[in-house]
Design a protein around this ligand. Structure first.
Ligand code: NDP
Length: 250
């Protein structure tokens, strides 16, 4: 294929919001999308999409905790086009419930490993390829639950703490690489989205008789796609913006 207009790299792409983002960006006939999945052999929907797009979706084995996977992914991207324009650190876990008094410390370490160190590993691996782009963007999938200011009541503190740390990590990335590398680095909250993860939250509230509004994967992805398309360092760099464009407090 001739040089793609935009090269995307999305982690956690086997299901949920990640899969939706891959579909959205791969719908453009001149895009190239690297789709990370920690067990590609089980990612049936993603593999089908890759087949249907004739090489424009490249499925990459990518466990958030594996340096080897990240090294191999970098080599693959280098061979295909030598640059990445948009990286979306989407892979994440939310296991619970756990509150500060009783939540096992191991639960905090586990969330930190996937939700903070995972995006850091992805950023470090792909930075040289982002530096090869004329309009590089690094987006991390955070959560409103990670906002200190909102301090939302959710019985999953290891998750919230990890997302607050992710927010700070991306703030540092934005300040260290914004001007230096022309990098637009920002974090988002995708909405309360009806995925395997989001449905757990919806069910939790339903069990208490509370109906919480949620959005579909398509609605969340449509909003995020628009934001990614229009993001500039001036408008989005170092910001926390949810899928519909509303800015969130840290
Ligand atoms: P899902 O649980 O549906 O999907 C999570 C994805 O992350 C899967 O592809 C999963 O892979 C991948 N993943 C988990 N652990 C690892 C790991 N160690 N290495 C590589 N990949 C991993 O979640 P969503 O699609 O709902 O969430 C996507 C992101 O959005 C997450 O970061 C989440 O925190 C965030 N978010 C979601 C909200 C929601 O309401 N859904 C709200 C706020 C934030 P596998 O299939 O192999 O398990």
């Amino acid at each position: 294929m001739s040089s793609p207009s935009t090269v995307y790299f999305i982690s956690g792409a086997g299901r949920g919001i990640g899969l939706g983002l891959v579909k959205s960006f791969a719908a453009r006939s001149d895009s190239l999308v690297f789709a990370g999945a920690r067990a590609p052999e089980k990612a049936d929907a993603l593999n089908e999409l890759a087949k249907a797009t004739g090489g424009r979706v490249v499925v990459v084995k990518l466990d958030a905790g594996s340096d080897e996977d990240h090294k191999a992914a970098v080599e693959l991207v280098k061979q295909q086009d030598g640059r990445v324009d948009v990286v979306i650190a989407n892979a994440g876990i939310a296991e619970g419930p756990a509150l500060t008094a009783t939540g096992p410390p191991e639960a905090y370490s586990k969330h930190f490993a996937t939700n903070v160190v995972g995006p850091l590993r992805l950023f470090q691996a792909l930075l040289p390829l982002l530096q090869a782009s004329s309009k590089p963007q690094f987006l991390a999938m955070s959560s409103a639950v990670g906002s200190n200011t909102l301090n939302l009541a959710m019985p999953n503190d290891p998750y919230g703490v990890s997302k607050a740390a992710l927010n700070f990590l991306v703030t540092k990335i934005a300040s260290e690489h914004g001007e230096a590398d022309n990098l637009t680095a920002w974090v988002t909250h995708p909405g309360l989205v009806a995925t395997d993860m989001g449905n757990l939250v919806v069910d939790f509230y339903k069990a208490q008789g509370v109906d919480v509004p949620f959005v579909t994967v398509d609605e969340s992805v449509a909003g995020l796609t628009k934001l990614v398309d229009n993001a500039t360092r001036e408008t989005m760099g170092g910001k926390f913006v949810q899928y519909d464009g509303a800015e969130l407090p840290w």
